[in-house]
Design a protein around this ligand. Structure first.
Ligand code: F0G
Length: 360
């Protein structure tokens, strides 16, 4: 029985007889067809639920391979800079395979669930007065001299593992989607998907590549603005990055697929996050909702999506960042005594808890 990404995609992964098996059950995430928005927009929208990975984000797809290669190369420590998800993933795999995990995070800008994950898995957590870009620079400076393996997406094995997301999409649709929307922070994941679709095309498993839309947050949009952003800011802390490490590969994905980098405001992100929750039953984190926000923006500005197959990559689970969602709830829990009459009355007259207001 095939159980792991390696079982399925071995021929596409850089493995050899010395590579140990490393897995926490990553991958094989659901590709769920939109129930309400496909109808509303007259197209076929699918959501790739990467929040269903073992630590709640797509990072696990790349982390299993980065760890396998680190162990193969006799490393006993791993390090990463992170806006939260990479650190959660690294810490989980580090714990499981007995590697010390060091994470460098920007102080005060990590969603509470992600920080908690890194803590419970037992990482050494170092918080800096600075942003992700500064944390990554520090990691690059110290990793080599201290003989610690970097498990950020500048580690090529991370991208190799993450490209399995593209394989899964083609395998379940039977072909590539027409369009793919995904959030872009350090620009590793879009580069991985591009690589994955390209390899499937080269092997003639699919005949086309999707058109890529890389979505950034308005005030953290170096690839849209065409310049490094010194002080990026956004509610979507996962993609609060001003100087993406894989910028060149990401640009290639956009140019070769005739796609586009696009920026969305924090308000559009929250709106999209709320629509996904209220209308599709999908609770993803703000950065992930940026992909759907980008799709809405393109549709509103006239992109013809009629009958197209569109995939939005929802990169991380909404439960990682509960505080953020809570801020935008538009009504409160109804309080009542336990007698059936009061409860009945509350059902008749009370308002449902609602997340933000629909703004488009
Ligand atoms: N979505 C989520 C939920 C993320 O955590 C990230 C990146 C991205 C999208 C963007 O992916 O960087 O490959 O372009 N998070 C990294 C981290 C930076 O440290 O967890 P990218």
């Amino acid at each position: 029985m095939k159980r792991t990404l390696v079982d399925y995609y071995k021929e596409f992964l850089p493995l050899n007889s010395n590579t140990p098996q490393v897995t926490l059950g990553e991958g094989f995430t659901p590709l769920v067809k939109s129930n309400n928005f496909s109808k509303e927009f007259g197209c076929n929208i699918y959501f790739k639920l990467e929040g269903c990975n073992p630590t709640g984000s797509f990072k696990d797809r790349g982390m299993f391979l980065a760890l396998a290669k680190a162990i193969e190369n006799n490393k006993n420590k791993i390090i990463c800079a992170s806006t939260g998800n990479t650190s959660a993933s690294a810490a989980a795999y580090g714990a499981r395979y007995n590697l010390e995990t060091i994470v460098i995070i920007p102080s005060g800008k990590i969603a509470v669930g992600k920080l908690l994950q890194a803590m419970v898995y037992g990482a050494k957590i170092i918080s800096i007065k600075g942003n992700f870009d500064q944390a990554l620079l520090a990691v690059k400076n110290i990793a080599e001299s201290m003989d610690i393996e970097i498990v950020n997406s500048i580690n090529p094995y991370r991208l190799e593992g993450q490209k399995t997301g593209a394989f899964e999409i083609v395998d379940s649709l039977g072909k590539s989607p027409d369009l793919q929307f995904m959030p872009v922070g350090n620009a590793g994941n879009i580069s991985s998907y591009y690589k994955g679709y390209k390899e499937y095309k080269e092997k003639k498993i699919s005949s086309e590549m999707p058109v890529f839309y890389g979505i950034q947050a308005e005030k953290s949009a170096p690839l849209v603005d065409g310049k490094v952003i010194q002080n990026p800011s956004t509610i979507a802390t996962a993609i609060r990055i001003g100087n993406p490490a894989s910028a060149e590969l990401a640009k290639e994905a956009i140019n070769k697929s005739k796609g586009e980098f696009l920026k969305v405001s924090d308000k559009e992100i929250i709106n999209a996050q709320s629509l996904l929750a209220n209308k599709e039953g999908i609770f993803c984190e703000p950065a992930s909702a940026a992909s759907f926000a980008g799709l809405i923006k393109k549709i509103n500005s006239g992109l013809d999506v009629k009958n197209r197959i569109i995939v939005c990559i929802l990169t991380g689970n909404g439960l990682k960042d509960p505080g953020n969602a809570e801020k935008y709830l538009s009504s409160k829990i109804i309080k009542t005594s336990p007698d059936p009459k009061s409860i009945q009355n509350a059902i008749y007259t009370g308002k449902s808890t609602n997340f933000f207001k629909r703004i488009f």
